[in-house]
Design a binder for this molecule. Sequence first.
Ligand code: AMP
Ligand code: GLY
Length: 432
Amino acid sequence: MRARRYPGGVKILVLGSGAREHAIVLALASDGADHEVLAAPGNAGIARDAALVDVDMMDPGAVTEFAQAHAVDLVVIGPEAPLVAGVADALRERGIPVFGPGKQAAQLEGSKAFAKRIMQNADVPTGRATHARTIDETAAALDEFGAPYVVKADGLAAGKGVIVTDDRAAALDHAAAYLPHGPVLVEEFLSGPEVSLFFLSDGDTVRPLTPAQDFKRALDGDLGPNTGGMGAYSPLPWLADGFGSIDAFVAEVTRTVAEPVIRELDRDGSPFIGLLYAGLIITDEGVRVIEFNARFGDPETQIVLPRLETSLADLLMACAEGTLEEHAAPTFRDEAAVTVVLASEGYPAATITGRKITGLDDAEQIDGVHITHAATAVENGALIATGGRVLNVVGTGSTFAQARERAYEAIGRIGLEGGQFRTDIAAAVATA
Ligand code: AMP
Ligand code: GLY
C-alpha cells in the first residue's frame, strides 16, 4: 500500500446525522493517520467517534464560516439536501476543499429529468422514459410501456417518489399527486437484480468502489412498503456468473456509465466532485441505470467502507483537490460484510420514536461486529431512538454465513420495544 499523504492527520468536518455518516466517520478515524474528525449535527453514536459541532449543515454561509474559523482541511457532505442547497459551491468559492458536488451537478440526483438528459447525451444505458405533464400524457405513456408501471416524481422525494405497480389506477393516482409540482417520469419496467456501485470523482478522473446490494422493502421476501433501506451486503459474488468476475463488472460499468457521465457533466459546465452513486439493474439485455445519487448510499456505505483498505481521507482529499489521477483504484478486503437495520415500530408509515435502546455493548462484544447509529440521542443518560431507522448492525466474516450469523446474533442482543428488522438480509448468498 502507498504511503499515506497526511500521516500527521487533517481536520475533517463531516455533515450529516445518519448511519452513513457514522460509517464515514469510522472509516476516517481508522485511517491510520491521526485525523481530527468533527461532525454536524451527528448523533449519539457519531459522538463517540467524532467531536460534534454546532453548525447548520443546510446553511452554506454558516458551514463556510465555521470551516474557515476552525481551519478545517476538508468538508465531507453526507446527505443530498445540503448538496442541492449549494453548500459545496459556497465552500469551493472560498477555496475550502470539499467532497460533494455543487448544486448544479447534484441535479443528477435532484432532478430525474436532468439525469435522463445527461444519460442521453452520454449514451449511457438506461430504461426508456417519457416526461408526462398531464394525467392524459401519463395514461398514454403507461399504455405505451405496459405493466408493470413505473412512475417517478421528478425532484427529491426521500424515497417516496417512485411507484412500481401492476395497478394502472394506482400508477395514475401516484402521478396525480405529483403533477401539480411538475412533470412526472413514466419509465419502462426493468427486470433483474439491483446493484449499487459507487464512484469517486474529482470532476475528471473516476475511481470505482465495490458493488453492494441493498434491501429497500420493509419486510422479508421484498414485501411491504419501500424504505430508505433495511439492510445490505457486499461484495456480490454472483456478479461473476454474468461478467466473469466482479472486477470485470466494475470495469464495464466504469467505462459505460461512470466515465461518460462524469465527462458529460464536465462538458455541461457542472463538474462532479464527490461520490457518484449508480443504481443499476442487471437485465437480460445488460446493465441499465435506474437512478443516480450524488452521495454515498445508505445503508450500502455501512458495508462498503469497512472493507476498504485504502485510506479514505486520502481518497476524499484527492477528489476535493483534483488529484485523483495520482491514486490507483481503491482496494477492498476479501471478506463478506452484512448490515441489518434495526428500525422503530411503525416505520416507515407511522414511526414511533423516543424509545430506549439497550444491549449495545453486549452486541459489540461479538467478533466481527460493529454498530453504526442512524437515529439516536442520549436523553437523561439513556440512549433513545429518534427516527425510523435507528441502528445498523454490521457483521463481517470470511463467509456470508459467518457475517450474517454475527450480525443477527448481535441484533438479538439489542433491546428496542417494537423494534423491527428483516431476517433475510444476504440469506440467498449465505447459502449459495
Ligand atoms: P429510485 O428512487 O429511482 O431508485 O427507485 C426506487 C426503486 O424502485 C428502485 O430501487 C427499484 O427497485 C424500483 N425501480 C425504479 N425504477 C425502476 C424501473 N424502471 N424498473 C423496475 N424497477 C424500478
Ligand atoms: N440505498 C439507497 C440510497 O442510498 O438511496
